[in-house]
Write a protein that binds this ligand. Structure first.
Ligand code: F6R
Length: 622
Protein backbone atom coordinates (compact mmCIF):
# COMPACT_ATOMS: atom_id res chain seq x y z
CA UNK A 1 0.00 0.00 0.00
CA UNK A 2 1.89 3.01 -1.30
CA UNK A 3 5.58 2.82 -2.01
CA UNK A 4 8.07 5.42 -0.88
CA UNK A 5 11.57 6.03 -2.17
CA UNK A 6 14.26 8.54 -1.22
CA UNK A 7 17.84 9.34 -2.13
CA UNK A 8 20.62 11.57 -0.86
CA UNK A 9 24.20 11.36 -2.17
CA UNK A 10 26.47 12.50 -4.98
CA UNK A 11 24.40 11.20 -7.92
CA UNK A 12 21.37 12.67 -9.64
CA UNK A 13 18.38 11.49 -7.63
CA UNK A 14 15.65 11.48 -10.31
CA UNK A 15 16.63 8.31 -12.22
CA UNK A 16 17.16 6.47 -8.93
CA UNK A 17 13.76 7.58 -7.63
CA UNK A 18 11.94 6.64 -10.83
CA UNK A 19 13.58 3.22 -11.01
CA UNK A 20 12.76 2.70 -7.33
CA UNK A 21 9.12 3.64 -7.92
CA UNK A 22 8.87 1.11 -10.76
CA UNK A 23 10.22 -1.54 -8.39
CA UNK A 24 7.61 -0.57 -5.79
CA UNK A 25 4.72 -0.03 -8.18
CA UNK A 26 3.18 -3.33 -7.09
CA UNK A 27 2.36 -1.56 -3.79
CA UNK A 28 0.00 0.96 -5.38
CA UNK A 29 -0.41 2.55 -8.75
CA UNK A 30 -3.20 5.10 -8.81
CA UNK A 31 -0.96 8.17 -8.78
CA UNK A 32 2.71 8.98 -8.37
CA UNK A 33 4.94 11.94 -7.59
CA UNK A 34 8.44 13.06 -6.71
CA UNK A 35 10.18 16.09 -5.17
CA UNK A 36 13.76 17.21 -5.83
CA UNK A 37 15.83 20.08 -4.49
CA UNK A 38 17.27 21.62 -7.66
CA UNK A 39 21.05 21.68 -8.11
CA UNK A 40 20.96 25.14 -9.61
CA UNK A 41 19.03 27.24 -7.09
CA UNK A 42 17.90 24.91 -4.27
CA UNK A 43 14.35 25.39 -5.53
CA UNK A 44 11.95 22.59 -4.57
CA UNK A 45 10.50 20.99 -7.73
CA UNK A 46 7.50 18.74 -7.25
CA UNK A 47 5.99 16.69 -10.07
CA UNK A 48 2.85 14.59 -9.75
CA UNK A 49 0.54 12.64 -12.01
CA UNK A 50 -2.65 10.65 -11.71
CA UNK A 51 -2.00 7.11 -12.92
CA UNK A 52 1.19 5.09 -13.04
CA UNK A 53 4.85 5.92 -12.66
CA UNK A 54 5.12 6.16 -16.46
CA UNK A 55 2.53 8.97 -16.34
CA UNK A 56 4.72 10.78 -13.82
CA UNK A 57 7.73 10.37 -16.12
CA UNK A 58 5.73 11.89 -18.99
CA UNK A 59 4.62 14.82 -16.86
CA UNK A 60 8.22 15.56 -15.72
CA UNK A 61 9.63 15.45 -19.25
CA UNK A 62 11.39 18.68 -20.19
CA UNK A 63 11.28 20.07 -16.65
CA UNK A 64 14.08 20.68 -14.14
CA UNK A 65 14.73 17.22 -12.70
CA UNK A 66 18.17 18.02 -11.33
CA UNK A 67 19.06 17.43 -7.71
CA UNK A 68 21.00 15.00 -5.57
CA UNK A 69 18.37 14.73 -2.85
CA UNK A 70 14.78 13.72 -3.45
CA UNK A 71 11.76 11.72 -2.36
CA UNK A 72 9.07 9.94 -4.37
CA UNK A 73 5.84 8.03 -3.94
CA UNK A 74 3.48 5.65 -5.71
CA UNK A 75 0.01 5.75 -4.19
CA UNK A 76 -2.81 3.42 -3.25
CA UNK A 77 -5.55 5.81 -2.18
CA UNK A 78 -6.90 5.71 1.35
CA UNK A 79 -8.07 9.28 2.11
CA UNK A 80 -9.13 11.09 -1.05
CA UNK A 81 -9.68 9.73 -4.55
CA UNK A 82 -6.76 9.11 -6.92
CA UNK A 83 -5.99 12.54 -8.42
CA UNK A 84 -3.05 14.83 -9.01
CA UNK A 85 -3.93 17.02 -6.04
CA UNK A 86 -4.15 14.05 -3.68
CA UNK A 87 -0.90 12.52 -5.00
CA UNK A 88 2.24 12.80 -2.86
CA UNK A 89 4.60 14.55 -2.13
CA UNK A 90 2.55 17.07 -0.14
CA UNK A 91 3.92 20.52 0.54
CA UNK A 92 3.96 22.53 3.78
CA UNK A 93 2.51 26.02 3.67
CA UNK A 94 5.83 27.86 3.52
CA UNK A 95 6.74 25.92 0.36
CA UNK A 96 9.98 24.48 1.76
CA UNK A 97 9.05 21.22 3.48
CA UNK A 98 7.64 18.29 1.53
CA UNK A 99 6.69 14.78 2.55
CA UNK A 100 5.75 11.32 1.24
CA UNK A 101 3.79 8.94 3.44
CA UNK A 102 2.60 5.35 3.53
CA UNK A 103 0.02 4.54 6.21
CA UNK A 104 -3.01 6.16 7.81
CA UNK A 105 -3.08 9.03 10.28
CA UNK A 106 -6.12 8.04 12.34
CA UNK A 107 -6.53 11.35 14.20
CA UNK A 108 -6.07 13.44 11.05
CA UNK A 109 -9.53 15.05 11.31
CA UNK A 110 -8.78 16.39 14.82
CA UNK A 111 -5.32 17.59 13.82
CA UNK A 112 -6.70 19.19 10.68
CA UNK A 113 -9.35 21.09 12.64
CA UNK A 114 -6.70 22.31 15.10
CA UNK A 115 -4.44 23.45 12.27
CA UNK A 116 -7.30 25.24 10.50
CA UNK A 117 -7.88 27.19 13.73
CA UNK A 118 -4.24 28.24 13.57
CA UNK A 119 -4.73 29.56 10.05
CA UNK A 120 -3.58 26.60 7.95
CA UNK A 121 -5.52 25.66 4.83
CA UNK A 122 -5.55 22.43 2.84
CA UNK A 123 -5.58 21.70 -0.85
CA UNK A 124 -6.08 17.94 -0.76
CA UNK A 125 -8.35 15.51 1.06
CA UNK A 126 -5.42 13.49 2.37
CA UNK A 127 -4.27 12.71 5.89
CA UNK A 128 -0.71 13.21 4.62
CA UNK A 129 -1.17 16.92 3.97
CA UNK A 130 -2.26 17.25 7.60
CA UNK A 131 1.01 15.63 8.64
CA UNK A 132 3.22 17.94 6.57
CA UNK A 133 1.41 21.03 7.87
CA UNK A 134 1.78 19.72 11.41
CA UNK A 135 5.54 19.36 10.83
CA UNK A 136 5.62 22.85 9.38
CA UNK A 137 3.74 24.25 12.39
CA UNK A 138 6.01 22.38 14.84
CA UNK A 139 9.11 23.61 13.08
CA UNK A 140 7.96 27.24 13.28
CA UNK A 141 6.86 26.89 16.89
CA UNK A 142 10.08 25.23 18.11
CA UNK A 143 12.31 27.04 15.63
CA UNK A 144 14.17 23.80 15.01
CA UNK A 145 15.59 21.67 12.20
CA UNK A 146 13.59 19.18 10.15
CA UNK A 147 14.54 16.14 12.28
CA UNK A 148 13.29 17.69 15.50
CA UNK A 149 10.16 19.01 13.81
CA UNK A 150 9.30 15.57 12.44
CA UNK A 151 9.99 13.89 15.78
CA UNK A 152 7.87 16.31 17.80
CA UNK A 153 5.04 16.35 15.28
CA UNK A 154 4.89 12.54 15.28
CA UNK A 155 4.36 12.57 19.04
CA UNK A 156 0.89 14.01 18.32
CA UNK A 157 0.00 11.47 15.69
CA UNK A 158 -2.14 8.35 16.15
CA UNK A 159 -1.90 5.84 13.34
CA UNK A 160 0.54 4.19 11.00
CA UNK A 161 3.26 5.90 9.01
CA UNK A 162 6.39 5.44 7.02
CA UNK A 163 7.51 8.87 5.87
CA UNK A 164 10.38 10.61 4.11
CA UNK A 165 10.70 14.40 4.21
CA UNK A 166 13.03 17.07 2.84
CA UNK A 167 13.34 20.83 3.38
CA UNK A 168 14.71 22.92 0.51
CA UNK A 169 16.48 25.20 3.03
CA UNK A 170 18.43 22.11 4.16
CA UNK A 171 19.52 20.31 0.96
CA UNK A 172 22.10 18.32 2.91
CA UNK A 173 19.44 16.44 4.86
CA UNK A 174 16.70 13.81 4.48
CA UNK A 175 14.53 12.70 7.39
CA UNK A 176 12.48 9.52 7.61
CA UNK A 177 10.45 7.73 10.27
CA UNK A 178 8.16 4.77 10.70
CA UNK A 179 5.45 3.24 12.82
CA UNK A 180 3.62 0.07 11.72
CA UNK A 181 4.42 0.71 8.05
CA UNK A 182 7.61 -0.63 6.52
CA UNK A 183 10.75 1.40 5.80
CA UNK A 184 14.28 0.36 4.90
CA UNK A 185 17.38 2.56 4.63
CA UNK A 186 20.25 1.45 2.41
CA UNK A 187 23.66 2.72 3.50
CA UNK A 188 26.72 2.76 1.26
CA UNK A 189 29.88 1.75 3.17
CA UNK A 190 31.48 5.16 3.61
CA UNK A 191 28.19 7.00 4.31
CA UNK A 192 28.45 8.73 0.94
CA UNK A 193 24.97 7.68 -0.21
CA UNK A 194 21.67 6.69 1.38
CA UNK A 195 18.65 5.06 -0.25
CA UNK A 196 15.18 4.88 1.27
CA UNK A 197 12.59 2.31 0.26
CA UNK A 198 9.37 0.76 1.49
CA UNK A 199 11.30 -2.48 1.10
CA UNK A 200 14.72 -3.52 -0.14
CA UNK A 201 13.67 -3.80 -3.82
CA UNK A 202 14.57 -0.20 -4.81
CA UNK A 203 17.78 -0.36 -2.78
CA UNK A 204 19.23 -3.78 -3.61
CA UNK A 205 21.16 -2.83 -6.71
CA UNK A 206 23.12 -0.12 -4.88
CA UNK A 207 23.89 -1.71 -1.52
CA UNK A 208 23.06 -4.77 0.56
CA UNK A 209 23.60 -2.88 3.86
CA UNK A 210 20.18 -2.10 5.26
CA UNK A 211 18.96 -0.45 8.43
CA UNK A 212 15.39 -1.21 9.46
CA UNK A 213 13.81 1.39 11.73
CA UNK A 214 11.72 0.23 14.67
CA UNK A 215 8.31 1.69 15.39
CA UNK A 216 8.46 5.37 16.42
CA UNK A 217 12.03 5.88 15.31
CA UNK A 218 13.17 8.88 13.29
CA UNK A 219 16.32 8.78 11.13
CA UNK A 220 18.14 12.01 10.35
CA UNK A 221 20.34 11.43 7.32
CA UNK A 222 22.95 14.06 6.64
CA UNK A 223 25.20 14.02 3.57
CA UNK A 224 28.54 12.25 4.16
CA UNK A 225 27.86 11.61 7.85
CA UNK A 226 26.79 8.55 9.82
CA UNK A 227 23.05 8.21 10.11
CA UNK A 228 21.46 9.28 13.42
CA UNK A 229 18.36 7.53 14.73
CA UNK A 230 16.20 8.79 17.61
CA UNK A 231 13.07 7.66 19.39
CA UNK A 232 10.21 10.14 19.56
CA UNK A 233 11.49 11.48 22.89
CA UNK A 234 14.85 12.32 21.29
CA UNK A 235 16.98 9.52 22.77
CA UNK A 236 19.54 8.33 20.29
CA UNK A 237 19.24 4.64 19.29
CA UNK A 238 22.04 2.27 18.23
CA UNK A 239 21.19 0.68 14.90
CA UNK A 240 22.47 -2.54 13.48
CA UNK A 241 23.21 -2.78 9.77
CA UNK A 242 21.84 -5.97 8.24
CA UNK A 243 23.07 -7.57 5.04
CA UNK A 244 20.11 -8.28 2.78
CA UNK A 245 20.68 -9.64 -0.69
CA UNK A 246 17.98 -9.88 -3.32
CA UNK A 247 18.12 -11.79 -6.57
CA UNK A 248 17.78 -8.80 -8.92
CA UNK A 249 16.83 -11.03 -11.86
CA UNK A 250 13.66 -11.84 -9.90
CA UNK A 251 12.68 -8.18 -10.17
CA UNK A 252 12.35 -8.44 -13.97
CA UNK A 253 9.89 -10.15 -16.32
CA UNK A 254 12.68 -12.22 -17.86
CA UNK A 255 10.94 -12.41 -21.23
CA UNK A 256 7.47 -13.24 -19.89
CA UNK A 257 4.66 -10.82 -20.80
CA UNK A 258 3.68 -10.40 -17.15
CA UNK A 259 5.18 -10.94 -13.71
CA UNK A 260 2.26 -13.19 -12.82
CA UNK A 261 3.00 -15.63 -15.64
CA UNK A 262 6.73 -15.54 -14.84
CA UNK A 263 5.99 -16.23 -11.18
CA UNK A 264 3.68 -19.14 -12.05
CA UNK A 265 6.50 -20.59 -14.17
CA UNK A 266 9.05 -19.84 -11.39
CA UNK A 267 7.37 -22.39 -9.12
CA UNK A 268 9.39 -25.54 -9.93
CA UNK A 269 12.65 -23.68 -9.34
CA UNK A 270 11.66 -21.70 -6.26
CA UNK A 271 10.04 -24.64 -4.52
CA UNK A 272 13.30 -26.52 -5.04
CA UNK A 273 15.07 -23.54 -3.43
CA UNK A 274 12.53 -23.58 -0.61
CA UNK A 275 13.31 -27.22 0.19
CA UNK A 276 17.08 -26.96 -0.38
CA UNK A 277 19.00 -27.82 2.78
CA UNK A 278 15.74 -28.54 4.56
CA UNK A 279 14.91 -31.91 3.08
CA UNK A 280 18.15 -33.78 3.55
CA UNK A 281 19.38 -37.36 3.69
CA UNK A 282 19.18 -38.79 7.17
CA UNK A 283 22.59 -39.37 8.77
CA UNK A 284 21.70 -43.07 9.22
CA UNK A 285 21.15 -43.98 5.62
CA UNK A 286 19.60 -42.76 2.40
CA UNK A 287 16.20 -41.95 3.85
CA UNK A 288 15.00 -38.36 3.51
CA UNK A 289 14.61 -36.25 6.64
CA UNK A 290 13.39 -32.74 7.25
CA UNK A 291 15.58 -30.23 9.09
CA UNK A 292 14.12 -26.84 10.00
CA UNK A 293 16.38 -24.78 12.22
CA UNK A 294 13.40 -23.05 13.88
CA UNK A 295 12.01 -26.44 14.93
CA UNK A 296 15.38 -27.50 16.33
CA UNK A 297 15.72 -24.24 18.27
CA UNK A 298 12.17 -24.22 19.68
CA UNK A 299 11.57 -27.96 19.86
CA UNK A 300 10.38 -27.92 23.48
CA UNK A 301 7.79 -25.13 23.06
CA UNK A 302 6.57 -26.55 19.74
CA UNK A 303 6.15 -30.08 21.06
CA UNK A 304 4.25 -29.06 24.16
CA UNK A 305 1.69 -27.03 22.13
CA UNK A 306 -1.83 -28.23 22.78
CA UNK A 307 -3.24 -25.97 20.12
CA UNK A 308 -1.98 -24.03 17.11
CA UNK A 309 -3.65 -20.91 15.75
CA UNK A 310 -2.80 -19.74 12.24
CA UNK A 311 -3.31 -16.04 11.45
CA UNK A 312 -3.11 -14.60 7.95
CA UNK A 313 -5.05 -12.85 5.19
CA UNK A 314 -6.15 -13.59 1.61
CA UNK A 315 -4.10 -16.17 -0.22
CA UNK A 316 -1.95 -16.70 2.86
CA UNK A 317 -5.15 -17.56 4.75
CA UNK A 318 -5.94 -20.20 2.13
CA UNK A 319 -2.44 -21.63 2.66
CA UNK A 320 -3.29 -21.62 6.38
CA UNK A 321 -6.39 -23.78 5.73
CA UNK A 322 -4.15 -26.33 4.02
CA UNK A 323 -1.66 -26.00 6.90
CA UNK A 324 -4.45 -26.93 9.32
CA UNK A 325 -5.11 -30.15 7.43
CA UNK A 326 -1.40 -30.97 7.25
CA UNK A 327 -0.69 -30.29 10.93
CA UNK A 328 -3.81 -32.06 12.16
CA UNK A 329 -3.04 -35.06 9.96
CA UNK A 330 0.66 -35.43 10.78
CA UNK A 331 0.79 -34.04 14.34
CA UNK A 332 -2.72 -34.58 15.75
CA UNK A 333 -2.67 -31.07 17.25
CA UNK A 334 -5.91 -29.07 16.84
CA UNK A 335 -5.42 -26.05 14.59
CA UNK A 336 -7.60 -22.98 14.17
CA UNK A 337 -7.21 -20.69 11.18
CA UNK A 338 -8.20 -17.08 11.79
CA UNK A 339 -8.39 -14.06 9.54
CA UNK A 340 -5.77 -11.80 11.10
CA UNK A 341 -8.11 -8.81 10.79
CA UNK A 342 -10.75 -10.57 12.92
CA UNK A 343 -8.33 -12.22 15.33
CA UNK A 344 -6.77 -8.95 16.42
CA UNK A 345 -10.09 -7.52 17.64
CA UNK A 346 -11.67 -10.74 18.85
CA UNK A 347 -10.47 -11.05 22.46
CA UNK A 348 -8.73 -14.28 21.40
CA UNK A 349 -8.36 -17.03 23.96
CA UNK A 350 -4.62 -17.72 23.77
CA UNK A 351 -2.80 -19.72 26.43
CA UNK A 352 0.89 -19.20 26.94
CA UNK A 353 1.70 -22.67 25.60
CA UNK A 354 -0.27 -22.16 22.36
CA UNK A 355 1.70 -21.63 19.20
CA UNK A 356 0.58 -18.97 16.74
CA UNK A 357 1.72 -19.26 13.13
CA UNK A 358 1.67 -15.97 11.18
CA UNK A 359 1.75 -16.52 7.42
CA UNK A 360 2.54 -13.63 5.12
CA UNK A 361 4.19 -13.23 1.74
CA UNK A 362 5.16 -9.61 2.27
CA UNK A 363 5.74 -9.88 6.00
CA UNK A 364 4.19 -6.41 6.24
CA UNK A 365 0.42 -7.00 6.21
CA UNK A 366 -0.85 -4.67 8.94
CA UNK A 367 -3.52 -7.03 10.27
CA UNK A 368 -1.19 -10.03 10.40
CA UNK A 369 1.45 -7.96 12.16
CA UNK A 370 -1.12 -6.76 14.70
CA UNK A 371 -2.36 -10.34 15.23
CA UNK A 372 1.24 -11.44 15.82
CA UNK A 373 1.67 -8.71 18.44
CA UNK A 374 -1.60 -9.70 20.14
CA UNK A 375 -0.43 -13.32 20.27
CA UNK A 376 2.91 -12.28 21.75
CA UNK A 377 1.15 -10.15 24.35
CA UNK A 378 -0.72 -13.31 25.39
CA UNK A 379 2.59 -15.13 25.81
CA UNK A 380 2.24 -17.47 22.81
CA UNK A 381 5.26 -18.51 20.77
CA UNK A 382 4.90 -16.89 17.34
CA UNK A 383 6.22 -18.78 14.32
CA UNK A 384 6.46 -16.71 11.12
CA UNK A 385 6.17 -18.21 7.65
CA UNK A 386 7.25 -15.28 5.53
CA UNK A 387 8.75 -14.44 2.15
CA UNK A 388 9.90 -10.84 2.74
CA UNK A 389 13.41 -11.15 4.15
CA UNK A 390 13.93 -8.70 7.00
CA UNK A 391 10.24 -7.72 6.94
CA UNK A 392 8.39 -6.65 10.08
CA UNK A 393 6.71 -10.03 10.65
CA UNK A 394 9.99 -11.87 10.08
CA UNK A 395 11.70 -9.62 12.62
CA UNK A 396 8.98 -9.65 15.24
CA UNK A 397 8.13 -13.37 15.19
CA UNK A 398 9.88 -15.43 17.87
CA UNK A 399 11.07 -17.84 15.24
CA UNK A 400 10.11 -18.99 11.78
CA UNK A 401 10.94 -20.25 8.36
CA UNK A 402 11.39 -18.17 5.23
CA UNK A 403 9.67 -19.57 2.15
CA UNK A 404 12.55 -18.30 -0.04
CA UNK A 405 10.60 -18.02 -3.29
CA UNK A 406 12.16 -14.69 -4.29
CA UNK A 407 10.35 -11.36 -4.71
CA UNK A 408 6.75 -11.73 -5.82
CA UNK A 409 5.79 -8.70 -7.89
CA UNK A 410 2.52 -9.69 -9.58
CA UNK A 411 -0.29 -8.50 -7.33
CA UNK A 412 -2.00 -11.89 -7.48
CA UNK A 413 -0.04 -14.21 -5.25
CA UNK A 414 1.06 -17.48 -6.90
CA UNK A 415 4.50 -18.81 -6.00
CA UNK A 416 4.18 -17.50 -2.43
CA UNK A 417 1.11 -19.72 -1.96
CA UNK A 418 2.90 -22.90 -3.03
CA UNK A 419 5.98 -21.82 -1.02
CA UNK A 420 3.81 -21.40 2.08
CA UNK A 421 2.18 -24.80 1.61
CA UNK A 422 5.62 -26.39 1.10
CA UNK A 423 6.92 -24.89 4.35
CA UNK A 424 3.74 -25.90 6.20
CA UNK A 425 4.18 -29.48 4.93
CA UNK A 426 7.81 -29.55 6.09
CA UNK A 427 6.84 -28.07 9.46
CA UNK A 428 4.01 -30.60 9.95
CA UNK A 429 6.35 -33.47 9.11
CA UNK A 430 9.14 -32.18 11.35
CA UNK A 431 6.74 -31.86 14.29
CA UNK A 432 4.94 -35.11 13.51
CA UNK A 433 8.10 -37.20 13.49
CA UNK A 434 9.33 -35.54 16.69
CA UNK A 435 5.99 -36.21 18.40
CA UNK A 436 5.74 -39.74 17.05
CA UNK A 437 2.34 -39.02 15.45
CA UNK A 438 3.46 -39.96 11.95
CA UNK A 439 4.98 -43.33 11.07
CA UNK A 440 8.52 -43.42 9.71
CA UNK A 441 7.13 -44.89 6.50
CA UNK A 442 4.54 -42.15 5.92
CA UNK A 443 7.12 -39.51 6.85
CA UNK A 444 9.60 -40.74 4.27
CA UNK A 445 7.00 -41.31 1.55
CA UNK A 446 5.63 -37.81 2.05
CA UNK A 447 9.08 -36.24 1.95
CA UNK A 448 9.93 -38.12 -1.26
CA UNK A 449 6.66 -36.95 -2.77
CA UNK A 450 7.31 -33.38 -1.65
CA UNK A 451 10.73 -33.46 -3.31
CA UNK A 452 9.07 -34.68 -6.51
CA UNK A 453 6.53 -31.82 -6.60
CA UNK A 454 8.68 -29.34 -8.64
CA UNK A 455 9.06 -31.85 -11.50
CA UNK A 456 5.33 -32.57 -11.38
CA UNK A 457 4.54 -28.84 -11.53
CA UNK A 458 6.70 -28.71 -14.70
CA UNK A 459 4.33 -31.28 -16.20
CA UNK A 460 1.28 -29.18 -15.34
CA UNK A 461 2.92 -26.11 -16.87
CA UNK A 462 3.26 -27.96 -20.18
CA UNK A 463 -0.52 -27.52 -20.50
CA UNK A 464 -0.26 -23.74 -20.53
CA UNK A 465 -1.36 -23.44 -24.19
CA UNK A 466 -4.27 -25.78 -23.69
CA UNK A 467 -5.43 -23.74 -20.67
CA UNK A 468 -5.03 -20.51 -22.66
CA UNK A 469 -7.34 -21.81 -25.41
CA UNK A 470 -9.82 -23.06 -22.85
CA UNK A 471 -9.77 -19.73 -21.02
CA UNK A 472 -10.74 -17.85 -24.17
CA UNK A 473 -14.15 -19.55 -24.06
CA UNK A 474 -14.98 -18.12 -20.68
CA UNK A 475 -14.45 -14.38 -21.02
CA UNK A 476 -18.23 -13.96 -21.34
CA UNK A 477 -18.87 -15.18 -17.79
CA UNK A 478 -20.03 -12.88 -15.01
CA UNK A 479 -19.88 -15.58 -12.33
CA UNK A 480 -17.87 -18.71 -11.65
CA UNK A 481 -18.21 -21.41 -9.01
CA UNK A 482 -15.15 -23.28 -7.74
CA UNK A 483 -15.84 -26.51 -5.88
CA UNK A 484 -13.61 -28.97 -4.08
CA UNK A 485 -13.61 -31.20 -1.04
CA UNK A 486 -11.08 -32.02 1.66
CA UNK A 487 -7.61 -30.86 0.66
CA UNK A 488 -9.05 -29.39 -2.54
CA UNK A 489 -11.56 -27.13 -0.80
CA UNK A 490 -8.95 -24.44 0.07
CA UNK A 491 -7.71 -24.76 -3.51
CA UNK A 492 -11.22 -23.96 -4.74
CA UNK A 493 -11.19 -20.83 -2.55
CA UNK A 494 -7.79 -19.84 -3.91
CA UNK A 495 -8.84 -20.43 -7.54
CA UNK A 496 -11.89 -18.22 -7.03
CA UNK A 497 -9.81 -15.47 -5.42
CA UNK A 498 -7.30 -15.51 -8.31
CA UNK A 499 -10.10 -15.13 -10.85
CA UNK A 500 -11.85 -12.33 -8.94
CA UNK A 501 -8.81 -10.19 -8.42
CA UNK A 502 -7.42 -10.13 -11.93
CA UNK A 503 -10.39 -10.77 -14.25
CA UNK A 504 -13.06 -8.92 -12.21
CA UNK A 505 -15.39 -11.91 -12.66
CA UNK A 506 -17.33 -12.72 -9.54
CA UNK A 507 -16.31 -16.15 -8.30
CA UNK A 508 -17.14 -18.19 -5.24
CA UNK A 509 -15.24 -21.10 -3.79
CA UNK A 510 -17.31 -23.67 -1.93
CA UNK A 511 -16.97 -27.13 -0.43
CA UNK A 512 -18.52 -29.19 -3.24
CA UNK A 513 -21.22 -30.80 -1.09
CA UNK A 514 -22.17 -27.56 0.63
CA UNK A 515 -23.12 -26.15 -2.75
CA UNK A 516 -26.50 -27.91 -2.47
CA UNK A 517 -27.34 -25.67 0.46
CA UNK A 518 -27.68 -22.52 -1.59
CA UNK A 519 -25.25 -21.75 -4.42
CA UNK A 520 -26.73 -24.45 -6.68
CA UNK A 521 -29.58 -22.00 -7.29
CA UNK A 522 -27.12 -19.97 -9.37
CA UNK A 523 -26.35 -22.79 -11.79
CA UNK A 524 -27.67 -22.52 -15.36
CA UNK A 525 -26.27 -23.10 -18.87
CA UNK A 526 -24.13 -20.00 -18.57
CA UNK A 527 -22.48 -20.86 -15.27
CA UNK A 528 -18.90 -22.19 -15.43
CA UNK A 529 -18.22 -24.53 -12.51
CA UNK A 530 -14.63 -25.51 -11.79
CA UNK A 531 -14.32 -28.79 -9.91
CA UNK A 532 -11.07 -29.76 -8.25
CA UNK A 533 -11.58 -33.51 -8.26
CA UNK A 534 -8.43 -35.56 -7.92
CA UNK A 535 -8.98 -39.27 -7.44
CA UNK A 536 -6.82 -40.38 -4.55
CA UNK A 537 -9.20 -40.45 -1.67
CA UNK A 538 -12.61 -41.41 -0.41
CA UNK A 539 -14.05 -38.04 -1.38
CA UNK A 540 -13.52 -38.67 -5.10
CA UNK A 541 -16.76 -40.60 -5.68
CA UNK A 542 -18.64 -38.10 -3.52
CA UNK A 543 -17.27 -35.25 -5.63
CA UNK A 544 -18.42 -37.07 -8.77
CA UNK A 545 -21.95 -37.17 -7.33
CA UNK A 546 -21.70 -33.41 -6.78
CA UNK A 547 -20.64 -33.05 -10.42
CA UNK A 548 -23.71 -34.99 -11.53
CA UNK A 549 -25.87 -32.51 -9.66
CA UNK A 550 -24.31 -29.66 -11.67
CA UNK A 551 -24.55 -31.59 -14.97
CA UNK A 552 -28.28 -32.17 -14.35
CA UNK A 553 -28.67 -28.40 -14.18
CA UNK A 554 -26.63 -27.81 -17.36
CA UNK A 555 -23.68 -26.04 -15.70
CA UNK A 556 -20.47 -25.96 -17.78
CA UNK A 557 -17.87 -27.96 -15.87
CA UNK A 558 -14.11 -27.60 -16.05
CA UNK A 559 -12.59 -30.37 -13.92
CA UNK A 560 -9.08 -30.57 -12.55
CA UNK A 561 -8.44 -34.32 -12.44
CA UNK A 562 -5.65 -36.80 -11.85
CA UNK A 563 -3.77 -37.90 -14.98
CA UNK A 564 -5.54 -40.80 -16.68
CA UNK A 565 -8.94 -40.15 -15.10
CA UNK A 566 -11.31 -41.36 -17.82
CA UNK A 567 -14.44 -41.36 -15.66
CA UNK A 568 -14.65 -37.59 -15.23
CA UNK A 569 -13.40 -36.94 -18.77
CA UNK A 570 -16.41 -38.83 -20.12
CA UNK A 571 -18.80 -36.75 -18.01
CA UNK A 572 -17.78 -33.11 -18.30
CA UNK A 573 -17.13 -30.27 -20.69
CA UNK A 574 -13.35 -29.84 -20.19
CA UNK A 575 -10.68 -31.47 -18.04
CA UNK A 576 -7.15 -30.43 -17.07
CA UNK A 577 -4.92 -33.18 -15.74
CA UNK A 578 -2.40 -33.03 -12.93
CA UNK A 579 0.06 -35.79 -11.98
CA UNK A 580 -0.86 -38.09 -9.13
CA UNK A 581 0.53 -37.42 -5.67
CA UNK A 582 -0.49 -38.18 -2.10
CA UNK A 583 -3.62 -36.50 -0.85
CA UNK A 584 -1.92 -34.09 1.58
CA UNK A 585 0.23 -32.57 -1.18
CA UNK A 586 -2.42 -32.38 -3.90
CA UNK A 587 -3.01 -28.61 -3.46
CA UNK A 588 0.54 -27.96 -4.68
CA UNK A 589 -0.47 -29.37 -8.07
CA UNK A 590 -4.18 -28.58 -8.39
CA UNK A 591 -3.66 -24.87 -7.76
CA UNK A 592 -1.37 -24.48 -10.81
CA UNK A 593 -4.06 -24.86 -13.53
CA UNK A 594 -6.31 -22.50 -11.55
CA UNK A 595 -3.56 -19.85 -11.49
CA UNK A 596 -3.14 -20.26 -15.27
CA UNK A 597 -6.88 -20.24 -15.91
CA UNK A 598 -7.35 -16.95 -14.04
CA UNK A 599 -4.29 -15.46 -15.77
CA UNK A 600 -5.43 -16.36 -19.29
CA UNK A 601 -9.03 -15.25 -18.76
CA UNK A 602 -7.76 -11.84 -17.55
CA UNK A 603 -5.35 -11.54 -20.51
CA UNK A 604 -8.10 -12.55 -22.95
CA UNK A 605 -10.27 -9.78 -21.44
CA UNK A 606 -7.44 -7.31 -22.07
CA UNK A 607 -6.96 -6.51 -18.38
CA UNK A 608 -3.90 -5.30 -16.50
CA UNK A 609 -2.95 -8.60 -14.90
CA UNK A 610 -0.03 -7.42 -12.78
CA UNK A 611 -1.74 -4.31 -11.51
CA UNK A 612 -5.47 -5.01 -11.19
CA UNK A 613 -7.73 -2.13 -10.25
CA UNK A 614 -8.18 -1.16 -6.59
CA UNK A 615 -5.60 -3.65 -5.31
CA UNK A 616 -2.10 -3.33 -3.91
CA UNK A 617 0.38 -6.02 -3.16
CA UNK A 618 1.26 -5.23 0.38
CA UNK A 619 -1.67 -4.23 2.59
CA UNK A 620 0.01 -2.09 5.21
CA UNK A 621 -3.18 -0.40 6.38
CA UNK A 622 -5.96 -2.15 8.27
C1 F6R B 1 -4.13 -12.52 -3.33
C2 F6R B 1 -3.21 -11.77 -2.51
C3 F6R B 1 -3.68 -11.28 -1.19
C4 F6R B 1 -2.61 -11.54 -0.13
C5 F6R B 1 -3.01 -10.90 1.21
C6 F6R B 1 -2.00 -11.21 2.30
O1 F6R B 1 -3.55 -12.91 -4.53
O2 F6R B 1 -2.10 -11.53 -2.89
O3 F6R B 1 -4.89 -11.86 -0.82
O4 F6R B 1 -2.44 -12.92 0.01
O5 F6R B 1 -3.11 -9.52 1.04
O6 F6R B 1 -0.75 -10.71 1.97
P1 F6R B 1 0.55 -11.24 2.69
O7 F6R B 1 0.70 -12.67 2.34
O8 F6R B 1 1.65 -10.38 2.13
O9 F6R B 1 0.36 -11.04 4.15
Amino acid sequence: MCGIVGYIGPRQAYPILIKGLHRLEYRGYDSAGCALISDTDNHLNIYKAKGKVSDLERSATGKDISGSVGIAHTRWATHGEPSEVNAHPHLGRSGYITLVHNGIIENYATLRAQLIKKGFSFKSETDTEVLVQLIEYTQQKLNCGLGNAVRNALRLVIGAYAIAAIDSRRPHELVCARKSSPLAIGVVDDNSEFFIGSDAAPIAEYTDRIIYLKDEEVAVITRDAPIKVYDLKGHEAEKEIQHVSLDLAMLDHEGFPHFMLKEIFDQPKVLTDCMRGRIVESPYGHQPAVALSAVTRHRRELLRAKRIVIVSCGTSWHAGLIGKQLIEHFCRIPVEVAYASEFRYSEPVIEHDDVVIAISQSGETADTLAALRTAKDHGALVYGIVNGVGSSIAREADTGTYIHVGPEIGVASTKAFTGQVTVLAMLALALGIAKGTVSQEEYETTLRELSAIPAKIERVLLQNDKIRLLAENFTYAHNFLYLGRGCNYPVALEGALKLKEISYIHAEGYPAAEMKHGPIALVDREMPVVFVATNHDALYQKTISNMQEIISRHGRIIAIVTEGDEQVKAMVHKTIEVPDTISALTPLLTVIPLQLLAYHIAVAKGLDVDQPRNLAKSVTVE
